[in-house]
Design a protein around this ligand. Structure first.
Ligand SMILES: Nc1ncnc2c1ncn2[C@@H]1O[C@H](COP(=O)(O)OP(=O)(O)OP(=O)(O)O)[C@@H](O)[C@H]1O
Length: 268
């Protein structure tokens, strides 16, 4: 369990996070969403204990916390294998446990390569292993899949699912709507340091109403419409769903704790 109570962070005279309140149970995966600079990394760092709160507190009964920063922290001159050996030696992790993760993340053939020579995806897989070796109860990840190749992304997303199945608590920053819908059971939306929404994906759509994109015959421009309006439309050529992030960035203006207050068509 993690409970965040009246949590705030001030840098000089600027509040990067203001009065956040939410609670996560064990085994929940929270997607942290919001525009650049809205305080996502600050929130993870406060929970990790890297930053001290300026107001409020983080309460948890869980002991081992792993934080995976956006840019992996690895020793560039050492091989993948030696990086793992080094980090494992700090925690007395068994060889079997290390090999289990190497196999899962399909890194066997890259063991002798220096980490500075590895692609971003391989570096991120290695970073995940290092963070998971101590068997953390809470895993905090800052955009773990952003800008990665499809294979690395798949392995990381599936590993997050496995963490959820083994009752771990995961908070991760993501810009990917598909991941939010498929991996996260809760979503937290920040807007300029304030909590705009916290709850399940289903509750988000209950609150803001579900929208879809439709393409009508003779018009290539997708239209954003409420799902129940579909039955009133003629000559529909194509329909596709809208994810939370796309919804937020597609011209929909949400008031904090309010309803969507205007809609415009995609691409305007
Ligand atoms: N150490 C710091 N000192 C001063 N200001 C900071 C510090 N760390 C973050 N900030 C500011 O706090 C705000 C929130 O930053 P944060 O990195 O948490 O945002 P973010 O949502 O993670 O952004 P991004 O999506 O770009 O990574 C930003 O305005 C940032 O400039």
């Amino acid at each position: 369990m993690i409970e965040v109570k009246n949590l705030g962070k001030k840098f000089k005279n600027f509040w990067a996070l203001k009065n956040l309140n939410f609670k996560l149970e064990d085994g929940e995966v929270l997607g942290v969403v919001g525009k650049n600079g809205c305080g996502k990394t600050t929130l993870l760092k406060l929970i990790a204990g890297i930053l001290k709160p300026s107001s409020g507190k983080v309460i948890t009964n869980l002991k081992v916390i792993s934080y995976i920063p956006e840019k992996p922290i690895l020793i560039p001159e050492l091989s993948l294998e030696d990086n793992l050996k080094y980090f494992a030696s700090l925690r007395k992790i068994s060889k079997e446990r290390i090999y289990e993760e190497i196999k899962y993340f399909e890194l066997q053939v890259h063991m002798k390569k220096k980490t500075q020579e590895l692609s971003k995806g391989l570096q991120q897989r290695l970073s995940m292993i290092i963070a998971l070796l101590p068997d953390p109860d809470i895993i905090l990840m800052d955009e773990p899949t952003s800008g990665l190749d499809a294979e690395s992304k798949k392995l990381i997303v599936n590993r997050i699912r496995k963490l959820r199945e083994s009752n771990k608590t995961v908070l991760y920053v993501t810009h990917d709507d598909e991941e939010i819908e498929k991996v996260c059971n809760k979503v937290l939306i920040l807007d300029e340091g304030e909590l705009m929404f916290f709850g399940s994906v289903e509750d988000f759509w209950k609150k803001y109403e579900r929208y879809i994109y439709v393409i009508l015959e003779g018009n290539n421009e997708p239209l954003l419409v409420k799902i129940e309006e579909l039955k009133n439309l003629r000559n529909v050529m194509h329909v596709r769903s809208v994810g939370i992030r796309e919804f937020l960035s597609g011209g929909v203006n949400l008031e904090i704790n309010g309803k969507a207050n205007f809609i415009k068509t995609h691409g305007d």
